[in-house]
Design a protein around this ligand. Structure first.
Ligand SMILES: [Zn+2]
Length: 494
């Protein structure tokens, strides 16, 4: 059996039709109809580096060691992850052909892959430079910053090894050369800045006329110079080619950004269609376990978080998860609390390699649910969520409740330089799925129980190797680190 895992960066559940959302992802919906939809799946955190590491190791950020993202990842975290096995390493050792396609994150994410996408550093360095320069110039005069963005985009090739056709072509070549395989495809469509087909945007824009505010007005709600205020300038969120949209009756506003997000979901879906077609024409689909998920979600304005994935609220931490085993006789939908840490154990189990306990994962195999043996599945009481970089919040998700707690009693968001809520927040997700009514004062007993549950989860998942103070420890250095960080910065990471 083969395995294909597709990560759609920052894809929300409500954009996947299989979650009763809007019908912009026909391929994922079809896949869902043939497999299992996990209605309550969660990431472990809000950012790509630690979340993708959870996917590949089956562990929480606390136990795999990478708790931050991008340039915030410390030497100590790099040393920790080097000692933790990852799924592609295990499978490569067992003779699987392992290949990654799409967005290259490099560094420790490369471990175990025979093939890994190239970084084209010159392009990304320029892109990063252009972004800083145009946001600086935008502060002086919007038209100057905008002109620079446009000129840059006209002069450079905006596609790289992560463009959609490239991914499908590379995957197809790989299929023709490989035997048993494990393949990870990371798609960036639904991550800002949205670079999407205007005709699709036009079509989806009609559905977003209920609430539309100019992005410049939203930016003014945040302190000047804050990461959020900067990211809401042209080029940060919406398609950089703003000219046509400025003249559009809807203008450059939240409706446009949401419509571009929808269009981006459709574009990711089309790439997935290409990948599945490549499998099908080679009669490999019935020999391949296919998993489609997100590394984290995206907030499109909820809780004052605009086109970003920070905080631990549902839009950011809940993820779509669709699993299609080669022969599916399991449940069509599962409401069990499941985690991105369950994927690696599920794959090892499906490949009959589980008894090796090769990963020592925090997650558990979903195979009983996929095969209709629900009695063999041990239901979770709760899931632990931890915010990356800021480490401002930790949270517990139970069957009914969500409890959030600021780590140092300081709820100020590092991105927004304002807070999204109190230091402690308690939400009844059954009656208040949008987490709008903080019940800390009204439900003292539930609050006490969830405080205990959070403490208990933290102590049950202590970091496995403590912080090292040994000055002689070699710093871990990755050859591609600078290139990766340039690339992340060009996507708006700070
Ligand atoms: Zn924020």
């Amino acid at each position: 059996m083969n395995v294909l895992v597709v990560v759609v960066d920052a894809l929300r559940t409500d954009r996947v039709g299989a979650y009763d959302g809007r019908r912009v992802t026909p391929t994922i919906d079809e896949l869902a109809a043939e497999g299992t939809v996990f209605e309550r799946a969660y990431s472990t955190t809000n950012a790509t580096d630690p979340a993708l590491t959870s996917l590949q190791t089956g562990r929480l950020p606390r136990t795999h060691g990478v708790r931050n993202h991008g340039s915030h990842v410390t030497d100590e975290e790099k040393r920790a992850i080097e000692g933790v096995p990852a799924l592609p390493m295990v499978l490569e050792e067992r003779g699987y052909d392992t290949a990654a396609f799409g967005r290259p994150l490099g560094r420790w994410h490369r471990r175990g892959f025979d093939r890994y996408p190239e970084l084209s550093s010159a392009h990304w360095r320029l892109k990063s430079l252009e972004k800083s320069a145009s946001s600086l110039l935008y502060g002086i005069h919007p038209a100057i910053g905008d002109t620079l963005s446009r000129t840059y985009n006209a002069l450079t090739d905006r596609t790289g090894s992560d463009d959609e056709d490239g991914v499908v072509a590379e995957f197809t070549d790989f299929l023709d050369e490989s035997n048993q395989f494990y393949s990870l495809v990371h798609l960036m469509d639904t991550h800002t800045p949205y670079d999407v087909d205007d005709a699709l945007v036009e079509r989806y824009l009609e559905e977003h006329d209920d609430e539309n505010r100019p992005l410049s007005a939203v930016a003014e709600e945040f302190p000047t110079g804050s990461i959020t205020a900067n990211s809401l300038t042209p080029g940060g969120v919406v398609n950089q080619d703003n000219e046509r949209w400025e003249d559009h009756e809807m203008g450059v506003g939240t409706a446009l950004a949401r419509a571009q997000y929808d269009a981006a979901a459709t574009e990711a879906d089309r790439t997935i269609e290409g990948l599945l077609e490549a499998l099908e024409t080679r009669e490999l689909l019935e020999e391949t376990l296919v998993v489609v998920l997100a590394d984290h979600g995206e907030s499109l304005g909820e809780h004052g978080i605009y086109f970003e994935h920070h905080g631990l609220y549902e839009p950011t931490t809940r993820i779509p998860l669709v699993v299609r085993p080669p022969e599916s006789d399991g449940v069509e939908r599962s409401a069990e609390l499941v985690s991105i840490t369950d994927i690696a154990p599920t794959i090892l189990d499906a490949l009959e390699l589980a008894d090796e306990r090769a990963l020592d994962a925090d997650g558990q195999s979903l195979r009983p649910l996929l095969e209709g043996e629900g009695d063999d599945w041990e239901s979770r009481e709760s899931l632990l969520l931890e915010e990356a970089n800021t480490q401002r919040f930790r949270a517990v998700r139970t069957d009914r409740w969500k409890y959030l707690r600021a780590v140092e009693d300081d709820p100020t968001c590092r991105y927004c330089e304002r807070s999204h809520g109190e230091s402690e927040q308690l939400y009844d997700l059954e009656s208040d799925p949008e987490e709008t009514e903080n019940l800390v004062a009204e439900r003292p007993e539930t609050l006490a129980a969830l405080r205990d549950e959070l403490d208990d989860l933290l102590s049950r998942h202590e970091p496995r190797s403590g912080p090292s103070n040994d000055a002689d420890d070699d710093a871990v250095e990755y050859d591609d680190e600078e290139e990766v960080l340039d690339r992340l910065e060009s996507l708006g990471y700070r």
